[in-house]
Design a binder for this molecule. Structure first.
Ligand SMILES: [Zn+2]
Ligand SMILES: [Zn+2]
Length: 429
């Protein structure tokens, strides 16, 4: 019997630094190699990969799945498989992470030359096309999370392993929702960001968000929407336009660059006509003068960074603090140690450089998650019908709650692994 094991190098009882290593007797394939962005200092890294690998498959461009991947190219040359739109998106995000590291003055984890080496070794893997990572076949399938996001179906010898990456089953403004599996799998590695929490219904949430923005802007205010560059920023603009928002919408920071990439891949957006209309309607802010102008008249400003840990959004927030009638609307996941979380909970903006009171302006959260909520995760796991389940990419409570649910309702073993744990799949299946 050929040996087969799975090891968890990151995203164990936490969100961030996803990395899963699958090893057979003659083949080793790594699924994701991400980093965990920390407010100060170095990003958190997954465990180092010893020895060579026969392929890296990256589910999507977000840095918590792709950010550490150039490190593998310091001493190795291997193929990296990603969907076509993920190629420029990873390039954009990783280059930016290098720049952010330089600004923070932290020791670089890798250089641009390692990113270039990765890019030279990229093999595009469109949805549904079979590819080979070393000896094993695999295919990528739409995960409905951001542009080009995928879940992996890996045939490790006779054993089928599915890895969700970040996944969203429900249809959103930009994506149709995850493709469901055609047949059951032996092993499922699932994310659990919202393993114990549902999301509000999307339609209602979109309307509430639109109405809140409209009310502020019609009263002469400016609404800042700090956002992830890839996915959320473009979605928020599309939601406003789809609801008939007829005031300025400004896209700044990397959100703008990511939107340019989005426009190049019509097949990877649910309704490209609606999306390109929305992007045409937006003002794309470039340079300091345009930023000043953006603060001169009422409107919505969508800008990075989503956790307010940096980027032009911080400059806008500081200015809006003194502008009566303004608001900051958060639209995504906020890690408990982020400045955004503090602003929402305490109305204080606390970073190394600032400790400011924000109680004079309206700060709110709209739960536009690009991750499956509790019921969606349950539904997905039922569709995969695994014989063994590993629950990753969720805080400890979320991961454990989902693992318990799987044991009770799917009737298979479910484990929320700890960092560095390795499991012998042949013994467990
Ligand atoms: Zn993601
Ligand atoms: Zn993630």
């Amino acid at each position: 019997m050929n040996p087969l094991s799975i090891s968890f190098y990151g995203a164990c009882r936490e969100v961030g630094r996803a990395a899963v290593l699958v090893e057979g007797a003659r083949n080793r394939v790594l699924l994701d190699y991400g980093m965990k962005i920390e407010p100060v200092g170095q990003p958190g890294l997954p465990l180092p990969v010893q020895g060579s690998i026969d392929g890296l498959i990256i589910t999507h461009a977000h840095l918590d799945h792709s950010g550490a991947s150039p490190m593998l190219y310091k001493h190795n040359e291997t193929q990296t498989f990603i969907t076509p739109p993920s190629i420029p998106l990873i390039d954009l995000l990783v280059q930016d992470s290098i720049k952010v590291g330089q600004l923070k003055g932290v020791k670089p984890l890798f250089f641009k030359q390692h990113l270039r080496k990765l890019m030279r070794n990229v093999v595009p893997a469109p949805y549904g096309h079979e590819r080979k990572a070393g000896l094993w076949n695999f295919s990528l399938h739409d995960a409905g999370h951001i542009m080009g996001s995928s879940w992996i179906n890996l045939m490790a010898g006779e054993t089928t392993i599915a890895y969700t990456g970040d996944i969203k089953l429900e249809k959103t403004r930009l994506h149709a929702g995850a493709e469901t599996p055609k047949s059951r799998v032996d092993v499922l590695v699932t994310e659990s960001t919202y393993g114990d929490r549902p999301h509000p219904p999307r339609r209602e949430l979109e309307r509430q968000f639109f109405e809140a923005c409209l009310e502020k802007v019609e009263d002469g205010g400016i609404v800042l929407v700090p956002s992830f560059a890839v996915g959320r920023a473009q979605e928020v603009a599309s939601i406003l336009i789809a609801h008939g928002f007829d005031h300025p919408i400004r896209l700044d920071g990397m959100s703008r660059k990511a939107a340019e990439i989005y426009l190049q891949y019509p097949d990877y957006v649910r309704d490209y006509g609606e999306f390109s209309d929305a992007m045409r309607h937006c003002d794309w802010v470039v340079g300091p003068r345009a930023r000043e102008r953006a603060l001169e008249e009422p409107g919505v400003i969508i800008s990075t960074a989503g956790f307010l840990q940096g980027g032009p959004a911080v400059g806008y927030a500081l200015k809006l603090r003194e502008r009566a009638g303004s608001a900051i609307f958060f639209v995504g996941y906020q890690p408990p140690d982020s400045p955004a979380y503090g602003l929402l909970k305490l109305k204080r903006f606390q970073t190394l450089d600032y400790d400011l009171d924000f109680s004079a302006i309206d700060v709110r959260h709209f739960d536009f998650s690009a991750h499956a909520g509790r019921e969606e995760l349950h539904q997905l796991i039922k569709e995969f019908r695994p014989s063994l389940c590993f629950v990753t990419h969720g805080e400890a409570d979320q991961a454990q709650a989902l693992a318990e649910w799987v044991k009770k309702n799917i009737g298979c073993n479910a484990i929320a692994p700890r960092m560095g744990e390795k499991f012998d799949l042949k013994k467990m299946l």
